[in-house]
Design a protein around this ligand. Structure first.
Ligand SMILES: Nc1ncnc2c1ncn2[C@@H]1O[C@H](COP(=O)(O)OP(=O)(O)OP(=O)(O)O)[C@@H](O)[C@H]1O
Length: 119
């Protein structure tokens, strides 16, 4: 399980404009990316084989980020913002604006999966 609060992983899709999540097996993905929350953990625990499309439509406080937003947040995955590296990719810190309180900044960690940015 990759998700934890304000920590997330993703990879670039071939022609999609949103990040993918990697959940449980880290090889299953959907074309949207979410911040983590307790709801997601509960949802996955309730299902051995989650339906990711339904997950996308499930009422929750999950936030969807576009590729552009995550690039902006991490200054295009700037090397100086790298905070770690796992078996599936490098992790970068970044900052996003709170949707509820636009003057508030939220520290995030974002993983760029190995093989990302492939044509
Ligand atoms: N939220 C976070 N805050 C600070 N550092 C983090 C955060 N998430 C990851 N890191 C750093 O990035 C490193 C790699 O994290 P990652 O989640 O990729 O580990 P992993 O689960 O072993 O990787 P993988 O799933 O790719 O095998 C961590 O050891 C840590 O140093």
């Amino acid at each position: 399980m990759v998700f934890s609060c304000r920590c997330f992983s993703f990879s670039f899709g071939e022609e999609i404009e949103e990040y993918e999540t990697r959940i449980e097996t880290k090889s299953t993905s959907i074309d949207t990316f979410y911040t983590a929350c307790a709801d997601l953990n509960g949802y996955i625990a309730d299902s051995q084989a989650p339906d990711f499309q339904n997950l996308a439509g499930k009422p929750s406080n999950l936030r969807v980020f576009t590729v552009a937003e995550l690039k902006f947040a991490t200054r295009n995955f700037c090397t100086s913002l790298k905070i770690g590296e796992g078996g599936f990719g490098r992790v970068y810190r970044g900052v996003v604006k709170s949707l509820e309180y636009p003057f508030d900044e939220i520290q995030i960690a974002a993983k760029l999966a190995n093989g990302g940015l492939q044509a």
